[in-house]
Design a protein around this ligand. Structure first.
Ligand code: ZN
Length: 141
């Protein structure tokens, strides 16, 4: 299995069996995003611990495979981090896709490297991350 096939596997796996799928009730905060170019809709739910770490995270998506997989991978990557750390990972991931930034520390998110060749899919890959940012800064409800 070469790298491309491995990456394909990860994206297929996460799009078919998204991790942390579901709704969290308040006091969890939520943030949503919509990508009209593809029709992707994602809502991310975040519940922080008393120390300000992302204790629980979930999402609901009506989205393409890239968007669903990226959001599923995102929830695994940011769980247990602080808001600052989560937003740092977000910047790092977007730099990786848009500016040929380093993939170090991105783990399975590197599976989305193929998106670099398809700029029109960039919004699919980053939508869940913008919804995360909105959830972190958002209100309960
Ligand atoms: Zn999409």
């Amino acid at each position: 299995m070469d790298f491309d096939e491995l990456y394909q596997e990860i994206i297929l796996d996460h799009s078919k069996r998204p991790r942390n799928s579901g709704v969290l009730p308040p006091p969890a905060t939520r943030g949503s995003g919509y990508n009209p170019a593809c029709g992707d809709e994602v809502t991310v739910f975040v519940l922080k611990s008393a120390e300000g770490k992302i204790e629980t995270i979930s999402f609901q998506a009506q989205a393409c495979a890239i968007c669903t997989a990226s959001t599923s991978l995102m929830t695994l990557q940011v769980k247990g981090t602080t808001q600052e750390q989560a937003l740092e990972i977000q910047r790092h991931f977007i730099d990786f896709l848009t500016k040929d930034g380093s993939s170090e520390g991105l783990g399975h998110l590197r599976a989305l490297a193929g998106v670099k060749k398809f700029p029109q899919r960039l919004k699919c890959a980053t939508l869940g991350w913008h919804a995360l940012e909105a959830a972190l800064k958002g209100d309960a409800g």
